[in-house]
Design a binder for this molecule. Structure first.
Ligand SMILES: [Zn+2]
Length: 434
């Protein structure tokens, strides 16, 4: 099982990520590649982590995310056209400047755009070019500059793990967008030759209930080297046990039918455990983006802080995070720097409960930046530990750990309104044998 961190709030995340020397990959969204080009180029040189670029092309059909808003309202320019956010403007301009003109009616790209072979061709070529050149060019420029000022330059090896074909959201496999995705994959293969690339299965989660669908998908996705799974609006912490069970079976069949690596692009607490069922990788943002609805605007609210409960394999809301810090000693299940810090404070105020509560209340008002970073670091440390356990321990040992965690997580059920997700995982993994 390989874990990937999706960059989302780059300026906040970049220093946190550097604190971790463990092996994990990065997912860089194409709009960030364009927007933070120089900074990212130099960052990736320093970071020494491998990565892939998410082309994010599906947002072109649901552009709410891409349009600029001022106090909740869409902004228009002097010609009456909708204004794009800067990061997307660069991306769209690079792929096809004509598309920017289309934002006047808010839906810039429709299936008929791809009836024109030139458009298909340009789309595929530009997508490859962005992934191939953007970061390595920025990083080469930095190397040249370093040589110029006489600084020792590290070798400029590109750590792009694989390319990703452009993709759009399809409601079902008879949706025209599904056929377009396959066309884009097949053409990407033509242009890339032998180079490694993944196709994205970006589809309605109802697909989980379609019989024998994995076989059909395997045949359609034959030309790519791996599949990135993007089940729209699928959030394992909120789905029923029956749906989660279908998900497990779907991943297993897809892996069996294709014989290719499958990576879940938006995975929460369950995904790392599906290693035993053919999932080779899972990804999420730091405390965000463990699910995504392809048709909805996403706004990562910097204002709300979520906290990951390791024994329960789920995140709690800010209100519950407050209750958690007031009522429990986090060191009992995590020894990261943040949890150790809280535990020390608890100890210091052991005879003065009101003062301790004041201190915690203070964190949520005047020290929100510290709290946010603490929650993100704590999450990453725990996710990496989980993945390491999954990669190194036998199934009976993992089941034993899940049993213990279930017992530990029980105490949060009422006060923090958690679902004891470790129990759900345990139920799903009952058929593990070795
Ligand atoms: Zn911790």
């Amino acid at each position: 099982m390989r874990y990937y961190v999706r960059l989302a709030r780059y300026t906040l995340e970049k220093d946190i990520l550097l604190e971790f020397s463990e092996d994990f990959g990065l997912i860089i969204p194409a709009n960030l590649v364009k927007y933070y080009n120089k900074s990212l180029g130099s960052y990736m040189k320093k970071h020494q982590k491998s990565y892939f670029i998410d082309p994010l092309t599906y947002v072109f059909t649901h552009p709410a995310n891409m349009l600029k808003k001022q106090s909740g309202k869409l902004e228009r320019n002097s010609k009456g056209k909708y204004k794009l956010k800067k990061s997307y403007e660069k991306l769209v301009e690079d792929i096809d400047p004509y598309l920017i003109e289309q934002f006047i009616d808010k839906i810039p790209i429709q299936p008929n755009y791809f009836l024109e072979p030139d458009n298909v061709d340009r789309f595929v070529k530009k997508n490859i070019q962005i992934q191939k050149e953007s970061l390595s060019e920025a990083s080469e420029k930095i190397s040249r500059y370093e040589q110029l000022i006489g600084e020792e330059s590290e070798e400029n090896d590109n750590r792009l793990e694989f390319f990703v074909a452009p993709y759009f959201y399809a409601d079902r496999i008879t949706d025209p967008w599904y056929a377009i995705n396959i066309e884009l994959i097949n053409l990407t293969r033509e242009y890339l030759g032998e180079s490694l690339f993944y196709g994205v299965l970006c589809i309605n989660k109802n697909i989980l209930y379609q019989r024998d669908i994995a076989e059909v998908i395997a045949e359609d996705y034959d030309n790519c080297d791996g599949i990135l799974l993007f089940l729209s609006d699928f959030h394992s912490e909120r789905e029923s046990l029956a749906t989660l069970s279908r998900f497990k079976e779907f991943v297993y069949s897809l892996s069996q039918e294709t014989g290719k690596p499958i990576i879940n692009l938006y995975g929460a607490g369950l995904s790392p455990f599906l290693d035993k069922y053919g999932l080779s990788g899972t990804a999420s943002g730091l405390c965000i983006l463990e699910s995504r609805n392809a048709n909805e605007e996403y706004g990562f609210s910097i204002a709300r802080i979520k906290h990951y409960i390791p024994s329960s394999h789920e995140k709690i809301t800010e209100d519950n995070f407050r209750t958690y810090l007031r009522s429990f000693d986090p060191i009992e299940e995590c020894k990261c720097s943040f949890c150790s810090y809280i535990s020390q404070i608890r100890e210091r105020y052991i005879n003065n409960q009101p003062q301790y509560l004041d201190h915690i209340a203070n964190l949520f008002t005047s020290e929100r930046g510290f709290l946010m970073k603490g929650a993100m670091t704590h999450f990453l440390e725990n996710r990496l530990k989980e993945v390491e356990k999954i990669n190194t321990l036998t199934s009976p040992k993992l089941l034993e750990i899940l049993h213990d965690e279930t017992a530990l997580a029980k105490r949060y059920e009422l006060s923090l309104d958690t679902n004891n997700f470790s129990e759900t995982i345990l139920n799903l993994l009952e058929d593990w044998t070795k």
